[in-house]
Unconditional design. Structure first.
Length: 372
């Protein structure tokens, strides 16, 4: 402003006994470094940069006036904290409560970490029956549903949720499938089960954010209602990161990396702390799944072979073990076709690629070196 700056005017208002309780919102066209902090120190309750979207201005005024009238702050901020476009966006997603249905520990940690980073509230369960129970108690805004689960898979769970006998609080809650088993016809199968959309594993954080914005009104771009009948965001996402640089390529599978560190970091949006947690969790728990797969192969247990190979495939892909994920996929497909002899013949390659993955992760300093 001419003659006097907004910052100076704010200080003058706050120093006036008759005006000091006025709520101040700064609208800036400059967005200079440190300006928000200076505005806060001058007594402003909020700071927005021009051009201001109507939704942001409304949310800002609602938050600021609510504080002045002693109402709870939905943003989770303390009463004296500065309201900005960033805090408003965080508050918008934090109010959304998502139910994550995922039985694989590595996959669950990846999804939870992404959702936490994006600012959503998350409740995680491991079984379809647990998901139904949770939906009977809580009105979730959206469900992320793993398709391949023991006992009651994602398709069966979704069909029951949509039925009039389910007893859930909202039978029409958006349900997004998450699957590593994406083949021709999966889109139709999801529609038939009552799902609204799907994401292909391994999921990128950016694709997850876009999907949630699509199905949660007010959480981002207004794309809700397009659904599976149109082009899904997942058709362009959920890749295994083969286009990224990788360490320790496996000679038997061109382009498949023993450890695709770049792809892992890309999916997690550069979150090294989450990547470390994911990798250490993977190497702590996946040997048990490999042992179960070996037992199923020894017993010629076809459902067990498919289930455990699928679990290894998805977890390895999420953790960056591209070559391991690929051989697990081959074992899974052999199991689905009933060719257990072929599945068993691939076991040595699976064990070899697991060790290559672990060695590459150790070399990069992600996990502690095994005792020799």
């Amino acid at each position: 402003m001419k003659e006097v700056s907004g910052e100076a005017l704010g200080k003058m208002i706050k120093e006036d006994p008759d005006l000091k309780n006025t709520a101040l919102v700064m609208l800036s066209s400059l967005a200079q470094r440190g300006e928000a902090s200076r505005a806060h120190n001058a007594g402003f309750a909020a700071y927005l940069t021009k051009p201001v979207r109507q939704a942001h201005l409304f949310a800002c005024l609602t938050t600021v006036l609510g504080r002045y009238h002693g109402q709870p702050d939905a943003s989770g901020q303390r009463p004296g904290d500065l309201v900005t476009r960033h805090t408003l966006n965080e508050a918008k997603t934090r109010r959304r409560h998502i139910l994550l249905v995922e039985d694989n520990l590595t996959n669950k940690m990846v999804a939870q970490g992404m959702l936490d980073h994006l600012g959503y509230r998350v409740t995680a369960v491991e079984r379809g029956a647990d998901a139904i129970s949770a939906l009977r108690k809580t009105a979730f805004d959206l469900v992320l549903m793993d398709c391949q689960m023991p006992e009651m898979d994602g398709f069966e769970t979704t069909r029951f949720i949509r039925s009039s006998e389910s007893g859930v609080l909202n039978r029409h809650v958006p349900i997004i499938a998450m699957t590593a088993y994406v083949m021709k016809g999966d889109r139709e199968r999801c529609i038939a089960a009552g799902m609204d959309d799907y994401l292909a594993k391994p999921v990128r954080q950016s694709d997850l954010a876009s999907m949630l914005a699509k199905w949660l009104p007010g959480a981002g771009n207004d794309m809700a209602g397009l659904g599976l009948k149109s082009e899904s965001a997942s058709d362009h996402g959920g890749t295994s990161g083969t286009e990224h640089s990788a360490q320790g390529e496996h000679p038997g599978t061109p382009g498949a990396a023993a450890f695709d560190q770049a792809g892992l970091m890309d999916r997690l949006d550069g979150d090294r702390e989450l990547a470390g947690i994911v990798l250490n969790t993977f190497f702590e728990h996946i040997p048990d799944t490999i042992a179960k797969l070996e037992e199923s192969l020894d017993k010629a247990d076809q459902p067990g072979v498919v289930l455990h190979a699928h679990s290894i495939k998805g977890a390895a892909a999420n953790a960056g073990g591209e070559a391991l994920s690929e051989i697990a996929r081959e074992i899974e497909m052999a199991g689905r076709k009933g060719d257990l002899a072929l599945a068993a013949s691939l076991k040595p390659q699976l064990l070899d690629r697991f060790e290559l993955f672990r060695s590459a992760a150790e070399k990069e300093g992600w996990i502690e070196t095994k005792g020799r």
